[in-house]
Design a protein. Structure first.
Length: 132
């Protein structure tokens, strides 16, 4: 999976730099990609705006294991926003790794990941995060 970079600014004014890739065929490549890391992080399903310069957030989530959340849960039907995300037809998947591979999982990392997710959700109000 070829990754580019994007910047997302939360409601706090903090800017986060994500890696992202284009999705094809209604993001079926997510379910088939071995390249999503097995580390904690925040992810954004998004689509290009009409100007193709910016992105519109469709769903913002976080997980202590991105691969499990985005591959196993997705393919197994366990992702709670899957139906909404599919209807919104994202064109990109953005990933922010919040802990490096092999590092010991810390409670503070879990809290920080959830803070970033919340900051971005408040800032962008993605349609698939509403009423969740």
């Amino acid at each position: 999976m070829h990754m580019l970079q994007s910047s997302w600014t939360g409601s706090s004014g903090t800017t986060y730099t994500f890696d992202y890739t284009q999705l094809s065929m209604m993001f079926r490549s997510v379910g088939n990609s071995p390249d999503i890391p097995t580390v904690p992080g925040v992810y954004i399903f998004a689509r290009n705006t009409s100007s193709h310069v910016e992105f519109e957030a469709i769903y913002i989530g976080q997980s202590k294991n991105l691969h499990r959340r985005l591959i196993d849960d997705w393919n197994g039907g366990g992702h709670d926003a899957r139906e909404c995300i599919e209807l919104e037809q994202p064109t990109t998947l953005h990933i922010l790794i919040t802990s490096e591979p092999g590092s010991k999982f810390l409670f503070s990392e879990d809290v920080r990941r959830k803070e970033i997710e919340g900051d971005l959700i408040v800032g962008y109000d993605p349609p698939c995060n509403r009423d969740r």
